[in-house]
Design a protein around this ligand. Structure first.
Ligand SMILES: *[C@@H]1O[C@H](CO)[C@@H](O)[C@H](O)[C@H]1NC(C)=O
Length: 199
């Protein structure tokens, strides 16, 4: 991999390392942290390489990014197309991204789909088979069903539903967001979808 450039990143730009996926960008930060991705996200912008001056914990003769600065390497392969928001699947249409809360679910039935199989398609199909007319995917691997939007779930900005599905990284499956900078509290957001009883 060749060094692409040094980027300034915000904490929100941190990407999970998922062993099952292949990524074209690798980044090292703060000497000891490795991130992977297929895009430069969250407004990361190029920064002076002098900011990436922390020695790698694995080899102190090399530098591995800096304090909130990331050295990004590129494999040379083109990144795959970015994930899409699925607006329609069969007779199901996207109502929007909805707020959700632990203990007071917007859609009250939790599916027993295997987390790794959750996609918009598998969740709507599961909920349809169960006789529900709402389906929601959340936090990349959760699927909820309901007969109504409950517990004060509200439409929120679609940008909050920005996590890719565990079962298909080409589409979005809801999201989560952190209320305080330390990540102690998490409130999930749901893509709620309504079914057509005529399917
Ligand atoms: C994955 O999602 C994309 C976008 O919705 C879709 O075009 C593709 O068919 C899906 N792949 C599978 C295996 O379901």
């Amino acid at each position: 991999m060749a060094l692409l450039t040094s980027f300034l990143v915000a904490l929100a730009a941190c990407l999970p390392v998922d062993q099952d996926d292949v990524y074209v960008y690798a980044g090292v930060e703060y000497g000891d942290t490795c991130f992977c991705g297929n895009g430069i996200d969250n407004q990361g912008v190029p920064a002076d390489s002098s900011n990436c001056d922390i020695a790698c914990t694995g080899d102190s003769s090399e530098t591995c990014g800096g304090d909130y600065y990331l050295d990004i390497y590129w494999s040379g392969d083109p990144p795959p197309p970015p994930p899409v928001t699925v607006y329609q699947v069969g007779h199901w249409v996207l109502l929007g991204c909805y707020s959700d809360a632990d203990g007071a679910r917007t859609l009250t039935t939790t599916s027993d789909l295997a987390p790794s199989s959750v996609t918009v398609e598998s969740c709507t199909s599961y909920c349809y088979d169960g006789g529900f007319n709402y389906a929601g995917v959340e936090y990349d691997q959760q699927c909820y069903c309901g007969l109504a939007i409950e517990n004060g779930g509200q439409p929120i900005n679609l940008g909050n539903c920005d996590m890719v599905c565990a079962g298909n990284t080409s589409e979005y499956c809801g999201g989560s967001y952190t209320l305080d900078g330390k990540g102690a509290m998490r409130r999930p957001a749901t893509d709620a979808e309504q079914g057509d009883p005529m399917t």
